[in-house]
Design a protein around this ligand. Sequence first.
Ligand SMILES: [Ca+2]
Length: 238
Amino acid sequence: MVKIKRFLGLSLALFVLASLIRQQSHSAQAGSSNTIYLPLVTVPSLGPNLLSNPSFEQGWYQLGGAPELQIPEGWQFTYKNEENQLDPDPWNKWVPPEARVLPSAFLPPEEHDLFIWDGDQTVKVFKGSGAIWFELTRAVTLQPGTYVLIINVFPDLVVGYDNGQKIWAPDPLSGEVKLIAGNGTTGWVLPVFGQKNRFQTTFTVSKTQTVTVGAAMRGRWAIQNNGWFMDDWGLYKP
Ligand SMILES: [Ca+2]
């Protein structure tokens, strides 16, 4: 008798399970044929962004009064203007870059999503036919703890055009990025050209202090367009 009850109970459970599966597959068919059910994954929150003007949505100032150097408010900008030790050829010497804080109205519509990843403005640092090395940083006072710095950058490194299409620099050494973040400062890393790259580094602060955070970028060859777009940076204390 007990065995029969167990058998009936098991059958009922299997029947309910089969009905549920059938129902789910029906609802999947009822929707788009592309519907995919993914497991629910909880991503830990990074908390609030501790950077001021992290998305370069505020105004800008002219560095040293130079109209070609528009630097986002609150950020510091430095660059090399000297012999290029990475390449002794005189045409590859480091030259002053140009910098712009660009609202969407200053970019063609097809470039909005390509270069603006948050808000309405992005930063572009560039030089035509010139090797450049620059840093965009800001000082932040931080309490003891562990922090994460996130840098988004699009290396627009072009050596020519083919029917109006950009030919990305073929030499991987044409563009390098270094994250600057206290004891989390990285070495030079190689980004992928012609697309948005997201880099992050973790660093610790043992006592309350002012830390310089940001990134350096360099393009060691005087290629046709040595361009870098930057937007949507972040500093977090997860
Ligand atoms: Ca922005």
